[in-house]
Design a protein around this ligand. Structure first.
Ligand SMILES: C[S@@+](CC[C@H](N)C(=O)[O-])C[C@H]1O[C@@H](n2cnc3c(N)ncnc32)[C@H](O)[C@@H]1O
Length: 209
């Protein structure tokens, strides 16, 4: 169930969402999603959560590694793509696609050993609510990895096109996010680094066992 107050503009109906179909080549599989899954390191039998899963690029990689993955995605077109993709995937029994948002996750408390999000933080309208949800759904000892590309870094190849995009979305301030997560009782840290050849902002956290 997607809370009305958290409806994203990607979720204003099928017509508004159809433009995402033009992004299939961009979203289907990316080196960055491979790197995010490497960082999150989902292991066989673990329960994973892909927040803002899009077309499931990271979801399928994690499921192929043997993890059980819930792909949470508010956009109907993205979910449809993710479901079609799931059907064609050998790991489909380990993939569930759910409507939902970071601020209101459709999974039980303590049900997630590993959570990740790629290029999604700047979409979340309420970071405090999202981080409270992450602290709720992580199991004791569970971990999370959040990665957003840093288009404001002049070394990003798409800097000219996308610099300043967070001004229209939600700012991704690593220091503030780490502090907010620590306020939720998580052990959190983060940095600016390069991943898959591009500058990124990374936030990592664990729920104390
Ligand atoms: C740039 S896309 C990235 C998709 C995918 N993670 C990837 O790397 O290919 C951002 C995704 O976040 C989703 N999104 C938007 N608002 C959200 C929210 N409040 N909670 C979770 N996901 C959200 C969008 O619908 C979109 O699919």
């Amino acid at each position: 169930m997607v809370h009305e107050e958290y409806r994203h503009d990607h979720d204003k109906g099928w017509l508004a969402e159809l433009r995402w179909l033009s992004k299939v080549r961009t979203f289907w599989q990316t080196d960055l999603n491979r790197a995010i899954v490497d960082l999150a390191d989902p292991r066989p039998g673990e329960r994973g959560l892909d927040v803002g899963a899009g077309m499931g690029a990271a979801t399928v990689l994690a499921a192929k590694r043997g993890a059980h993955v819930v792909a949470v995605e508010p956009g109907g077109t993205m979910r449809l793509m993710c479901r079609i993709r799931r059907l064609g995937n050998r790991a489909r029994r380990r993939i569930v696609v759910e409507a939902g948002v970071a601020e209101d996750l459709p999974v039980a408390g303590g049900s997630t050993e590993v959570l990740w999000a790629g290029n999604a933080m700047h979409h979340w309208v309420d970071h405090a609510a999202a981080f409270a949800e992450f602290a709720r759904v992580l199991s004791p000892g569970g971990r999370l990895v959040l990665v957003d590309e840093d288009y404001d870094d002049p070394e990003h190849p798409d800097h000219a096109e996308f610099a300043g995009h967070e001004a229209e979305m939600t700012p991704v301030n690593v220091v503030a996010i780490v502090a907010a997560m620590q306020g939720q009782g998580l052990q959190a840290w983060g940095n600016h680094q390069r991943l898959a050849g591009v500058p990124v902002k990374v936030v990592r956290a664990t729920r104390p066992a």
